[in-house]
Structure formats: structure tokens, C-alpha cells
Design a protein around this ligand. Structure first.
Ligand SMILES: *Cc1c(COP(=O)(O)O)cnc(C)c1O
Length: 342
């Protein structure tokens, strides 16, 4: 099995757009090749389509060669790209766990790809055999999410490995919350599994949701094709600059993650004491999922008190469930206080 055989035919034979800067890489004083405005204002030039500086920095941080890193406009870009690269509309299908992140389904629908959702066990643990049983000869992608959203738990490592090793296609493992779950990442395994795409993001632990920067880690071959299929200038100048600046302050992230993990524990303990909370699920992420008898009423009353949480009660296996993001200590205290008064 090679990547070529897995790719859609039109993608395997694609001639990508060639930007002005791709055609001549010489460093000169006068650039008259891209019809840009010559008046300097900080953003009159096109951004680097290959984000070389940013990839160098991320390569240092993640301990992986730059050729294994794709940078997208949020994680949603590589999710969409995976469908566009591997799934022929109306023919191929993908499999995802449920409940999980909503974009796997939306991106599948936009690309006219059938998404087969496989329920996790009642405790949100993963059953590899069930996922593999949902695949057939037209299944090109399997989406897993660990720690999973909205349940918060890391998926069992051995079950993930069973899926990667048992499936003849691409496994997309979404690790958006991995910074809150030390030791849980599959990045160290990337070399061993050439069909694995690991997604991470700067939107959660790194505190840059507003900048829109998602990461996909995969074989150089897959990353190369992603680079051909993406919009040429998918990451704008301001985002590239600002992210580089903020990555210099990465110790701030470590401290914030440690604080949020400690706060998660406090929040869990405080919520557990409330009779209103019927169940609280263990979390490896920066949120907790709780079960109540009347989620709509609790949700509305929280809003009346100035607190918005996410009502996930309509999702599979999530009857009665609200998802609460871990905020600042005072915000978490206030939320518990409001819930205690209901
Ligand atoms: C928040 C989240 C993302 C991040 O999406 P971005 O587009 O990078 O902001 C990805 N996957 C999951 C499961 C998430 O919860």
C-alpha cells in the first residue's frame, strides 16, 4: 500500500498552483513578481506559502522534522483536506467515533462523503473491534479523538494501536487537548505508522484560538500532498508573525496548563459534592462533562446567572450532559456557587 493508491485519482495527478515566490526563490531588493502594492504597511506582501520560519520553530518545539508538519487555518483545515485528498464524493466513506467533535461529520457532509459513526462504550472507552467492523473496502479514513471531546477522556492506547495496525487506510487522531494529558500523544509513534495523521492545535492549551492555527503531523509524503491541495496562502502574515512571537513565550503555556489541570481537579471535587450533579466524568482535557436530570433547565439558569456552558445532552451517550470548560479559579468558583444554589 502506498499513499498514491489511497489518494483520489485527481489528487494523485494534481499540478499544484505555483506562487510567484515559488518560481524564483532569490533574495533581492526589488520584487515586481506578484502584483503587490509597493507601499510598505506591514502586510502589503504575500505571506510565505510554506510558513518556513514557523515550521522551523514548531519543529524545535515538537521535536519533529519540518517536513512532517502541516500548518492549517485551524484544525478544521486538515480535517477538510483529509476528505478532499482521500475520499471520492459519493463513493468512499469514513468512520468516526461518537460522540466526538462535530466537524468530522460536517466536513464529511460538505464533501459528500458518508460518515459512519461508531458508538464508544457507555464509559466513553474505545472498542477497536467495533470501529474496524464498521469499515469496508471504500473506507478511506478513520477519525479518533484523544482526549475526546465532549467526554474528556484519553482513549486507550492499545485500542488505538489495534485500529492503526488493523486498518488499510488513513487514521486521523485528533489530539486538540493533548497538552492537558502528558504522555498521551502518538507523535513519538509517527515514524512507525506512515498512515497516521495526528492533529494538534494552538487553539486550546496554547491560548491562540483567535489566530486560527492548526497542526497536522504525518509522513513527509502526506504533508507534501496536503501542501499541494491547500489554498496557497492559507496562513496570513499577521498570524505567522504573532504566533512566532507568542511561541517565544512558551513557558507561559506550561504554567497555564499546570494551573488549568490543578483547577480541573478542584472543579471536579467541588462539582462532585453537589446533589444536582448526577455524574461527573473523569477528564484528561480542559473541560469536564457532567450529567444532570434536567440539562436544559440547568443550562438556562446558568445563563440567567451570567455563565454559559455547552449543552451536549443531544449527543449520543450524552443524555443529561453539560460540558463545562475550566476557566479562571474565580470563574469556576462562581459556577459551582450558582449550581449549588439551583
Ligand atoms: C477545539 C477542537 C479543535 C480545534 O479546532 P481549531 O480549528 O484548531 O480551533 C480540534 N478538534 C477538537 C476535538 C476540538 O475540540
Amino acid at each position: 500500500m502506498t499513499i498514491k493508491n489511497l489518494l483520489r485519482k485527481n489528487i494523485a495527478s494534481l499540478t499544484p498552483y505555483s506562487t510567484a515566490r515559488d518560481e524564483c526563490k532569490a533574495e533581492v531588493d526589488i520584487y515586481l513578481d506578484a502584483n503587490e502594492s509597493p507601499y510598505p504597511n506591514g502586510c502589503n506582501r504575500y505571506p510565505d506559502p510554506h510558513q518556513k520560519q514557523l515550521k522551523r520553530r514548531l519543529s524545535q518545539i515538537k521535536g519533529l522534522p519540518a517536513e512532517n508538519i502541516f500548518i492549517g487555518n485551524g484544525s478544521d483545515e486538515p480535517i477538510d483536506l483529509a476528505y478532499r485528498m482521500f475520499c471520492s464524493p459519493g463513493v468512499d466513506n469514513a468512520v468516526a467515533i461518537a460522540p466526538s467533535y462535530g466537524m468530522y461529520k460536517v466536513a464529511a457532509a460538505i464533501n459528500d462523503v458518508e460518515l459512519r459513526e461508531v458508538l464508544l462504550n457507555d464509559d466513553f472507552s474505545l472498542d477497536a473491534a467495533k470501529v474496524l467492523a464498521a469499515t469496508d473496502k471504500n473506507t478511506k479514513l478513520i477519525f479518533l479523538c484523544s482526549p475526546n471531546n465532549p467526554s474528556g477522556n484519553l482513549l486507550d492506547r492499545n485500542e488505538i494501536i489495534k485500529i492503526i495496525e488493523g486498518f488499510k487506510g488513513i487514521v486521523v487522531l485528533d489530539e486538540a487537548y493533548i497538552d492537558f494529558a502528558p504522555g498521551g500523544s502518538f507523535l513519538p509513534e509517527l515514524e512507525k505508522y506512515p498512515w497516521l495523521i495526528v492533529l494538534q492545535t494552538l487553539s486550546k492549551a496554547w491560548g491562540m484560538a483567535g489566530l486560527r492555527l492548526g497542526l497536522a503531523f504525518a509522513s513527509a509524503e502526506i504533508v507534501g500532498v496536503m501542501g499541494m491541495v491547500k489554498y496557497p496562502y492559507n496562513i496570513n502574515v499577521l498570524t505567522q508573525q504573532k504566533v512566532l512571537e507568542m511561541l517565544e513565550e512558551s513557558p507561559a503555556t506550561e504554567k497555564q496548563v499546570a494551573e488549568l489541570v490543578a483547577e480541573r481537579k478542584t472543579l471536579h471535587e467541588n462539582l462532585k459534592k453537589l446533589p444536582l450533579i448526577r455524574k461527573i466524568y473523569p477528564s484528561d482535557a480542559n473541560f469536564v462533562l457532567v450529567k444532570v436530570d434536567d440539562p436544559k433547565a440547568v443550562y438556562d439558569k446558568l445563563i440567567d446567572s451570567g455563565v454559559i456552558v455547552r449543552d451536549r445532552s443531544k449527543m449520543p451517550l450524552c443524555a443529561g450532559c453539560l460540558r463545562i470548560t475550566v476557566g479562571m479559579p474565580a470563574e469556576n468558583r462562581r459556577t459551582v456557587e450558582v449550581l449549588a444554589g439551583l
